[in-house]
Ligand binder design. Structure first.
Ligand code: ADP
Ligand code: MG
Length: 719
C-alpha cells in the first residue's frame, strides 16, 4: 500500500501528530489522480496531444480495459530529441510560455500536466520521430523523469526504427495507487469508455482517421477514414438510423457591423447536428465539444434535451452533437484543464440561443417530413386466378392517379394498383403495357416531360443520385475499380452525346452522335453497366421502392423456379431449390436491408427494393427471376464478391430487355413500344450522361463507331 493510503483516518487519542510535508512524489501522485481518473481520461489527454501535434491518423491499442496497456500511435509532428528529457515533467509544454498565452490558447490541454501525471501513475514509454530526424527515439519515464528501461540501465533515449510521429505506451496504469485501481470497473466497462472517447473524438475530427482495438485482436472495434465529413462519420459510428434523421443547425453571436470577429471576446459560434423527431433513443447521446475539447456541461445538456421533450414520446431521447467555439478569453482558465465540466462567459445566454436554434430547425423539419421512398403497388402478387382478376379490375380506375413514376415525393400518396405495378405470376400472364408506366392513354405517345407525371402533380426535377459515404474496403475497392476501369474518351462520348434514335429495339441498338461521329450502341448493355454503377454509388444508402402489399418471397421464387428448366441439371427437386434460395435470403435479411434496402419481413414478404434511379421503375416481371438468381448467382461467402455479384444481379433486374413475350390483347404493342422508347431516350440516356463511367470493355461489343463526318466528306470529295 502506498503512503497516503496508510495514513490513519483519525488522530491517535494520545495527542496531535506532528505535521509533516508530504513527499513530493506523493503530492504528484495525488495531483495525477485528479487528472487521470481512469484509462479513458488518460486516453483523452493523449488523443488531444496527438491532435495538437497535427496527426491525421490516430491508432489506439488497449489491453485489459487500458489498465495493462494503453497505446496510442499518431503520425503527428513528433517530439524533438532535445525535448525528451523534460517531456514528462510537470508544467512542461510546447504550447504556452507567458500568462497572456494562457488566455489565447486554442490547443487542447495547455498546462503540460498530462504526460507528467501519467508517468506518476503508470509506466510511460515514448517512441517518437520528427521529420528532421533520421531515426526514432525511445524513452521511458517514471515520476516525471527519464529512466532506463530496467533498473540500472541508461536513461538516455535509445535510437530505434519508427515512422514520423509519436507512439505513447502506458503500461500498468494505477499500479501504485491501489485505491484508484480498485475504483475502476471491469476491464470491459473501461474499454467501453475508451471506445466512447475515441468515437466522440472521431466524430469531432472527421478529417482524422481513428482506430481502436484490443491488443492481439485482429479486428478493429473502431475504424474511421481520414478526410471524411461529420455526417458520414456519425453514420459510421452511430449507425444509419441516427444518420438518416440527422439535422444540422448553427447559432452564433451576431457580431456588430464593422466589428472584426477577433475584436469581440464575447463572440461565439456553435454548430449542432441532431436527430429529428423521427429518431428516438432510450438515452440521450450527447457529444459536447467546446473549443475542440470533449467536455461536460449539465446545464447545456438539460437545455438541449428540453427542446426535444415536446416532440419526442416520453422516455425517448435524441442524438445531439454540439461543437461550440468561444473566444478562449471568455473561458474560465482557472478551471482545471482536465476538468470536464466547464464554465464560460455569458453561459446562460449562449445556451438559450443554441437551444432556440435547435428548436427552430426542429420545428421547420417536422412540418416537412420527407420520406425517401417510392411506393409500388403489388396487389395480388401470388398466382391465384381470383387475385389476378381482381387486379385487372382495379387497374382501370387508377390510371389517372399514377404517381409512382415521379421522383421520391415529399409525401407518400396512397395509391391504388396500376397495371405496371403488378408482379406477374406467370410468363403467360404478362401484359406488355405493364412494362412501363408511360403507356397509358394519350401520354403514351408524348415526349413532353410535363405530361409524364400524371395530371395531379407537376413532375419534380430529377434528383441527383448522390454517392453514399461508405467505408467498407470492399465497397471502396469496387468504387476504385470503376474509376480505374473508366475509358476516358468513351465516357466523354456518352457524357456529351446527342441522342439520334433507337434503331433496333429488339436488339437494344441505338445511335448517338458525338462531335462529328455517329456511334451504334447497345443501350441495354450500357444501361446494365450504369445500374451496376448506380448500385455501387448508393451502397448502404438506397432510396426504397416500397412494394404494397409486400409480396411473399417464396411465391416469387417459386414462380421463377417453376419456369426454369432445372430438371435436367439439378438433383434437387424444385421445392428444395426454392427452399434453399429462400433460406439463403432469409438468413441475410438484415444485411440485405441495411446495405441494399431490400427489406424482407420476418414472415418472408418483400417490403421494399432498392431504388436505383429516381423516375425509373424496373419491370416487376423480372422480380421472380431476380430473386431466384440471388441464390445461385451471388457469392455469399466473400464480402467484396458478394456485393459485386449482388449488384450485378440487381443491375440485370433493372435493365430493360427486349420484349419478352408477344403482344397482349389489351395492350397494343405500338403503345408499349413507344413507351419503352420514351423511357430509353428520356430517362436512361440522360442518366447515362450523368452517371456512367464507361469501362473499356464496352468497346468490345457494345459501342461501334459507324460513321465520321470528315471521312464522309472524304468519300464525297472523291465522288
Ligand atoms: P500539454 O499538452 O498541456 O502541453 P502534455 O503533458 O500533454 O502537456 O504534453 C507535453 C508536451 O509534450 C506537449 O506540449 C507537446 O509538446 C509534447 N507532446 C505530447 N504528446 C505529443 C505527441 N503525441 N506528439 C507530439 N508532441 C507531443
Ligand atoms: Mg496535453
Amino acid at each position: 500500500m502506498s503512503n497516503e493510503e496508510s495514513r490513519p483516518l483519525s488522530p491517535e487519542p494520545s495527542g496531535p501528530l506532528p505535521i509533516k510535508k508530504l513527499h513530493e512524489s506523493i503530492i504528484n501522485r495525488i495531483a495525477a489522480g485528479e487528472i487521470i481518473h481512469r484509462p479513458a481520461s488518460a486516453l483523452k489527454e493523449l488523443i488531444e496531444n496527438s491532435l495538437d501535434a497535427g496527426a491525421t491518423s490516430i491508432n489506439v491499442t488497449v489491453k485489459d480495459g487500458g489498465m495493462k496497456l494503453l497505446q496510442i500511435q499518431d503520425n503527428g509532428c513528433g517530439i524533438r530529441k532535445v525535448d525528451l528529457p523534460i517531456l514528462a515533467e510537470r508544467f512542461t509544454t510546447s504550447k504556452l510560455s507567458t500568462f497572456s498565452d494562457l488566455s489565447r490558447l486554442t490547443t487542447y490541454g495547455f498546462r503540460g500536466e498530462a504526460l507528467a501525471s501519467i508517468s506518476f501513475v503508470g509506466h510511460l514509454s515514448v517512441i517518437t520521430k520528427t521529420k528532421a530526424e533520421t531515426c526514432a527515439w525511445k524513452t521511458h519515464y517514471a515520476d516525471g523523469i527519464l529512466v532506463g528501461e530496467r533498473p540500472g540501465q541508461s536513461e538516455e533515449p535509445k535510437p530505434c526504427a519508427g515512422n514520423d510521429g509519436t507512439t505513447l505506451i502506458v503500461e500498468d496504469l494505477f499500479y501504485n495507487t491501489p485505491t484508484r485501481l480498485s475504483a475502476l470497473r471491469s476491464s470491459s466497462e473501461e474499454y467501453a469508455r475508451i471506445l466512447d472517447v475515441v468515437t466522440k473524438y472521431a466524430v469531432h475530427n472527421p478529417k482524422v482517421s481513428f482506430s481502436c482495438k484490443k491488443a492481439g485482436s485482429p479486428s478493429l472495434d473502431i475504424s474511421t477514414p481520414s478526410s471524411s465529413q461529420i455526417h458520414n462519420t456519425i453514420k459510421l459510428l452511430y449507425g444509419h438510423s441516427v444518420a438518416k434523421e440527422l439535422v444540422h443547425a448553427k447559432a452564433s453571436s451576431i457580431s456588430k457591423k464593422g466589428e472584426k470577429k477577433s475584436d469581440n471576446p464575447e463572440a461565439w459560434a456553435a454548430e449542432v447536428y441532431f436527430t429529428s423527431a423521427n429518431y428516438q433513443a432510450k438515452k440521450m447521446i450527447f457529444l459536447l465539444f467546446i473549443n475542440h475539447r470533449l467536455v461536460e456541461s449539465p446545464r447545456m445538456k438539460r437545455a438541449v434535451e428540453g427542446v426535444f421533450t415536446p416532440v419526442l414520446p416520453k422516455g425517448s431521447a435524441p442524438f445531439v452533437y454540439l461543437s461550440l467555439l468561444i473566444d478562449p478569453r471568455s473561458i474560465d482558465v482557472n478551471v482545471h484543464p482536465t476538468k470536464r465540466e466547464v464554465h464560460f462567459l455569458n453561459e446562460d445566454a449562449i445556451i438559450e440561443k443554441i437551444a432556440d436554434g435547435i428548436q427552430e430547425t426542429l420545428a421547420a423539419q417536422s412540418n416537412s417530413r420527407s420520406f425517401q421512398y417510392q411506393t409500388l403497388l403489388t396487389s395480388g402478387v401470388t398466382s391465384s386466378e381470383a387475385s389476378s382478376r381482381k387486379r385487372k379490375g382495379k387497374d382501370r380506375d387508377v390510371d389517372e392517379e399514377d404517381h409512382e413514376e415521379e421522383a421520391p415525393t415529399p409525401r407518400v400518396v396512397p395509391q391504388k394498383t396500376a397495371s405496371q405495378h403488378k408482379v406477374r405470376t406467370s410468363q403467360n400472364d404478362r401484359t406488355l403495357d405493364s412494362m412501363f408506366p408511360v403507356t397509358h392513354g394519350s401520354r403514351s405517345d408524348s415526349t413532353n416531360k410535363d405530361t409524364q407525371g400524371g395530371e395531379t402533380a407537376p413532375r419534380p426535377k430529377t434528383k441527383e443520385v448522390k454517392e453514399s459515404e461508405c467505408f467498407l474496403t470492399s465497397v471502396l475497392s469496387l468504387r476504385q475499380a470503376l474509376v480505374k476501369g473508366k475509358h476516358k474518351l468513351l465516357t466523354e462520348i456518352l457524357e456529351r452525346h446527342t441522342f439520334v434514335g433507337i434503331v433496333d429495339r429488339d436488339r437494344s441498338l441505338s445511335v448517338i452522335q458525338y462531335s462529328t461521329s455517329l456511334y451504334l450502341i447497345n443501350h441495354a448493355a450500357l444501361a446494365e453497366e450504369m445500374f451496376y454503377q448506380l448500385g455501387i454509388r448508393q451502397f448502404g444508402d438506397f432510396n426504397r421502392l416500397k412494394l404494397e402489399p409486400p409480396p411473399p418471397l417464396r411465391s416469387l421464387v417459386q414462380i421463377a423456379v417453376d419456369y426454369e428448366d432445372t430438371a435436367t441439371h439439378s438433383k434437387l427437386t424444385k421445392d428444395q431449390i426454392v427452399d434453399k434460395i429462400v433460406s439463403i435470403l432469409m438468413m441475410r435479411r438484415e444485411m440485405l436491408s441495411e446495405y441494399f434496402a431490400l427489406d424482407i419481413t420476418e414472415e418472408g414478404n418483400i417490403e421494399s427494393l432498392p431504388l436505383l434511379l429516381p423516375d425509373y421503375t424496373p419491370s416487376l416481371d423480372n422480380l421472380p427471376n431476380f430473386l431466384m438468381r440471388l441464390g445461385p448467382q451471388v457469392d455469399w461467402t466473400d464480402e467484396a464478391e458478394c456485393f459485386g455479384t449482388f449488384l450485378r444481379e440487381l443491375a440485370l433486374f433493372y435493365t430493360p430487355g427486349p420484349p419478352l413475350i408477344s403482344k397482349s390483347p389489351d395492350s397494343p404493342d405500338d403503345a408499349q413500344e413507344k413507351a419503352e422508347k420514351w423511357q430509353i431516350q428520356h430517362v436512361l440516356f440522360p442518366a447515362m450522361r450523368r452517371y456512367l463511367l464507361a469501362p473499356k470493355t464496352l468497346l468490345d461489343h457494345d459501342v461501334v463507331q459507324i460513321a465520321s463526318l470528315p471521312d464522309l466528306y472524304k468519300v464525297f470529295e472523291r465522288c
